[in-house]
Write a protein that binds this ligand. Structure first.
Ligand code: ASP
Length: 503
């Protein structure tokens, strides 16, 4: 036993890895989870590892088939880690494969400022009573990864899944095979490590937690979150309405097509909008295994943005569900706060973040012609915040929601608009396009107008605005056919960034 090594705590929750045939003499007999004591007695690799360093086992009572897992069980696992945090080098969670990706995701959001390995593993075949099994190798490899002081591997200070030949970030993982030994994939983030003759950990892909921050556990989850798949021919039946509009439901995840597209029929959109108006947070996630939601990229998704839905980037539906439960369960966060936080990457669960700020003078009108032309509008954000990485900005947009464009006078000319945006100027200033403050233009004819206005202000924002600055935005009508009016109900600044897993 290496001196000073605190060893590993195995949290024994059940699953196939912890199963044996009820009747060992009958190969048709069903599998059942065995007690931790029997597991320790009959799995020799535990004893072999115990000769090298401490390996303790804590049983979650009762150990389960993971299909029975509930948020309460996640809290139980998180509390075991909390109670034993200082006493071990790392933790292995033995778990069934069916819901392992959910448990790993939930733990990643619950274990705040985690600075030790938490490695989930399981198996497609039990260990007890088998000679051919993936369980032994998964168990031993997970224990080695959870004990970097012994194995001399880079410390994986995050929640991960070790399965077969891959170590994957827990909240990026989905179960992709019901029976194959490969079992799991992480389609939107590369493996954290690979297992062969050697165990290779890719240190540059790991989360680097700020270890000056104290480890703590978020234990209050709100389970009132539903997932609705979008599919061709979806019927607006009572069953559908019940899923999206159930009383007391606080969150809805819409599994949309591709980059976040849905059918644009009004009854469908109205049904979803009612969920939002009921104060539910409605998060759009792609049903594709790979790639991200980009609300606003197509008209079929811009309609969702305009109805107050928010974007889940390339998060898995497993991680989205757990993130929503943890955020909605946080009593310090209002619904508006959750809508802001859910769009940001917090523990490496998504590749992009959207940092949104509502602009103070949020409604507005611009109008030429008519009795009282209004050719300027100015709105501001008091503080643009500092939780976005300055050198990872991909786009900055001003978004104007629920906008309408009308003609205010009878004219044969085609109604159209051209609007300039300047950053950080007084509303009475001279505004020209050569000025440093000029940030972007919006040009649209009525025929092409949809209910959202977006102005790309990326470059000027990057030049003029720093962390924690106030920022003001002045819109001016440059040119307009006689008598055009643009009004909107809400204006927002959206700073989009690539995620940076070192935080
Ligand atoms: N039903 C089992 C479970 O998730 C399957 C497995 O572990 O592979 O607990």
């Amino acid at each position: 036993m290496s001196a000073g090594n605190k060893g590993v705590l195995i949290i024994y929750t059940g699953g196939t890895i912890a199963c044996a045939r009820r009747d060992p003499n009958n190969s048709e007999s069903p599998l059942a989870v065995v007690s931790k004591d029997r597991f320790v007695r009959e799995v020799p690799s535990i004893g072999l590892m115990q000769q090298k360093f401490t390996v303790d086992i804590h049983e979650v009572v009762p150990p389960l088939d993971s299909t029975e897992m509930k948020p309460e069980n996640w809290v139980q696992i998180a509390e075991i880690i909390e109670d034993n945090y200082d006493d071990y080098e790392g933790f292995v969670v033995l778990h069934g494969t069916d819901t392992m990706a959910y448990t790993a995701s939930a733990l990643s959001f619950m274990l705040v400022n985690l600075a030790k390995p938490v490695v989930l593993t399981g198996a497609q075949l039990p260990i007890i009573g088998r000679t051919r099994t993936d369980g032994n190798r998964n168990l031993i490899t997970a224990i080695e990864i959870a004990n970097p002081s012994y194995s001399k591997l880079p410390a994986v200070k995050e929640v991960c899944i070790l399965f077969d030949e891959f170590l994957l970030r827990g909240n990026r993982t989905s179960k992709t095979s019901a029976s194959g030994f490969r079992g799991f994939h992480s389609p939107n983030y590369p493996p954290l490590g690979e297992v062969g003759e050697q165990i290779q950990i890719y240190a540059d892909r790991l989360i680097r937690p700020d270890e000056t921050k104290a480890f703590r556990v978020r234990k209050h989850l709100d389970p009132n979150v539903a997932i609705q798949l979008v599919y061709p021919g979806i019927q607006l039946t009572d069953a559908f309405r019940n899923v999206v509009q159930t009383k007391g439901q606080t969150g809805l995840i819409l599994l949309a097509y591709g980059t976040g597209n849905v059918p644009t029929s009004k009854p469908f959109l109205d049904a979803i909008e009612i969920a939002r108006k009921d104060n539910q947070v409605v998060l759009v996630v792609t049903q594709c295994l790979q790639g991200a939601v980009k609300l606003g990229a197509y008209e079929t998704s811009a309609v969702l943005l305009d109805r107050g839905l928010v974007s889940g980037s390339d998060i898995t539906h497993e991680a989205a569900l757990c993130k929503m439960m943890v955020l909605l369960g946080d009593e310090d966060l209002s619904v508006e706060n959750v809508m802001v936080e859910v769009q940001k990457d917090s523990v490496g669960e998504q590749s992009f973040s959207i940092h949104t700020h509502t602009i103070s003078e949020t409604r507005g009108t611009l109008e030429t012609g008519g009795v009282e032309p209004r050719t300027r509008w100015r709105g501001a954000v008091r503080n643009v915040g500092s939780d976005w990485p300055t050198d990872e900005i991909s786009k900055v947009l001003l978004r104007f929601y629920d906008a309408t464009m009308d003609a205010v006078a009878d004219t044969d000319e085609e109604t159209s608009l051209e609007i300039d945006c300047h950053i950080g100027v007084e509303s009475s200033s001279q505004l020209d396009r050569d000025a440093k403050s000029f940030a972007g233009t919006f040009v649209r004819s009525k025929a092409d107008f949809r209910s959202m206005v977006m102005i790309d202000i990326t470059e000027t924002f990057k030049d003029l605005v720093s962390h924690n600055d106030p920022a003001s935005f002045t819109l001016s009508l440059v040119d307009s056919a006689v008598g055009t009016r643009l009004t909107w109900q809400k204006a927002e600044l959206a700073i989009m960034t690539n995620s940076n897993s070192a935080r």
